[in-house]
Design a protein around this ligand. Structure first.
Ligand SMILES: NC(=O)c1ccc[n+]([C@@H]2O[C@H](COP(=O)([O-])OP(=O)(O)OC[C@H]3O[C@@H](n4cnc5c(N)ncnc54)[C@H](OP(=O)(O)O)[C@@H]3O)[C@@H](O)[C@H]2O)c1
Length: 327
C-alpha cells in the first residue's frame, strides 16, 4: 500500500511517499481504509523533534532514541472499516469511523489497524471524511483539559490563548457548549474566525495584554506556551485554573512550585486518547455544537508542503490530508 514514511528526524523533506506492506488486523483489531488524515502539531513535533525546552530526552524516549520508532506519522484519521479481527464486536465491515491513535500514529497510509478498544468511534453522519479527520486532536485535547482537568461549569469566564489554532478553535467551541463566556486571544487576522466559532469577545495579542486584567477569568487555557502561571495568575478569579496545554519544562516546574493563593490552581500534563471523548465529540457535531475548522487540504503526495505550512506556526484550525478522494 501507499504510505508516507520517515526514517530520520528533520525538515519536511524527511517524509517520503513509499510502498509498504498492508497491515493485517489481529483478533481484537479492525482494518481501516483511510480517506483523510491531518497534520497536527503532534506530527510536526514527532517529525522534527523540535520540542519545548527540557523535553528533548523524553521526546527521544517516546518517538525513538536515534531514529523514529514508528515510521508512519498521522495522529488522527477517518475512513471505512474493511476487515475485522475474530473477536471484534463493537464495529463491523462498512462502518465509517474516525480514530485517534495519538503517538502510535499510522494515518499517513492507505490502511491502518487499530484495536477496537482504542480511541475509535463512528463518524458523525453529517461529516465528510475530511471533516472527521480534523475532530480528534484538537477536540479531545480541549475536552480533556476543560471538562476533565478543569471541571468547566456553565457561566464560567474562560480565556483561550491561541484561539485560532487546532486546539484553540476546538476549545472555544467546547467551552461555549458548556455554557461558558469565552474570550479568545489571537492575532488580528484571525479575529473574525474566532468570533465566527462563538467567542463572545476577541483580544488581539499584538494590541492588548489580557494578563493586566484582574480577577477576570475562572479558566485560562494556553495553547501557545507564551504564558506562565505567574504571568496569568492576576487575571484568574478566586478558585481559577490555569491550563498549560503547551509549555516547556521550566514553565511546568515553575507552575508546580509557584505559591498559589485564593484557591487558584495550575494544571498541565497530557490529554489521553479515549473512545469516550471521540463519541462525545461526534455527538456535539451531530447536535451542531462543534465543527472542525479546516484551514487547508493537501493530497498525500504533497505531505511535505503541508508539514512546511504547519511549521510556520500560523495554521488556523486543522490542515487536512486527503489520502483517497474515491468516495
Ligand atoms: N498537553 C497535551 O496533551 C497537548 C495535546 C495537543 C496539543 N498540545 C500542544 O498544544 C500546542 C498547540 O497546538 P495546536 O495544534 O493548537 O497548534 P497550532 O494549530 O499551531 O496553533 C497555535 C496557535 O498559536 C497562535 N499564537 C502564536 N503565538 C501566539 C501568541 N503570542 N499569543 C496568542 N496566540 C499565539 C497562532 O495563532 P495566530 O496566527 O493568530 O498568532 C496559532 O493559531 C502545541 O504545542 C501542541 O504540541 C498539547
Amino acid at each position: 500500500m501507499k504510505a508516507v514514511i520517515y526514517k530520520q528526524y528533520g525538515a519536511p523533506d524527511v517524509l517520503k511517499l513509499s510502498q509498504v506492506t498492508k497491515p493485517t488486523p489481529k483478533d481484537n483489531e479492525v482494518l481501516i481504509k483511510i480517506y483523510a488524515t491531518s497534520v497536527t502539531t503532534g506530527d510536526q513535533k514527532a517529525r522534527s523533534l523540535d520540542l519545548p525546552r527540557g523535553y528533548g530526552l523524553i521526546g527521544r524516549l517516546v518517538f525513538g532514541t536515534f531514529a523514529p520508532r514508528r515510521k508512519i506519522l498521522g495522529t488522527e484519521y477517518a475512513g471505512r472499516i474493511v476487515a475485522v479481527g475474530q473477536s471484534v464486536t463493537r464495529f463491523k465491515i462498512g462502518d465509517d469511523v474516525f480514530a485517534y491513535p495519538g503517538a502510535k500514529f499510522g494515518g499517513y497510509a492507505e490502511y491502518a489497524t487499530i484495536a477496537e478498544g482504542a480511541a475509535i468511534a463512528l463518524m458523525p453522519a453529517s461529516s465528510s471524511y475530511k471533516e472527521a479527520a480534523g475532530l480528534s486532536f484538537g477536540g479531545a485535547t480541549a475536552l480533556n483539559f476543560l471538562r476533565d482537568k478543569a471541571g468547566i461549569q456553565s457561566g464560567d469566564k474562560v480565556l483561550i490563548n491561541g484561539a485560532s489554532g487546532g486546539v484553540g478553535t476546538a476549545a472555544v467551541q467546547i467551552a461555549k457548549y458548556f455554557g461558558a463566556h469565552v474570550s479568545g486571544v489571537c492575532s488580528a487576522g484571525n479575529m473574525d474566525l474566532v468570533r465566527s466559532i462563538g467567542a463572545d469577545s476577541v483580544i488581539d495579542y499584538t494590541q492588548e495584554d489580557f494578563s493586566w486584567q484582574e480577577n477576570a477569568y475562572d479558566i485560562i487555557l494556553d495553547t501557545t506556551g507564551t504564558l506562565t502561571y505567574k504571568s496569568a495568575q492576576k487575571a484568574l478569579r478566586t478558585g481559577g485554573r490555569f491550563l498549560m496545554v503547551s509549555g516547556d519544562l521550566p514553565q511546568l516546574l515553575s507552575m508546580i512550585f509557584a505559591t498559589k493563593t485564593d484557591g487558584k490552581k495550575g494544571i498541565g500534563g497530557y490529554a489521553p486518547e479515549k473512545a469516550e471523548e471521540l463519541k462525545f465529540i461526534a455527538e456535539l457535531v451531530e447536535a451542531g455544537q462543534f465543527s472542525p475548522v479546516i484551514d487547508r487540504c493537501y493530497p498525500l503526495d504533497q505531505i511535505q508542503k503541508a508539514h512546511a505550512y504547519v511549521d510556520t506556526g500560523r495554521k488556523k484550525g486543522n490542515v487536512i490530508i486527503s489520502v483517497d478522494d474515491g468516495i
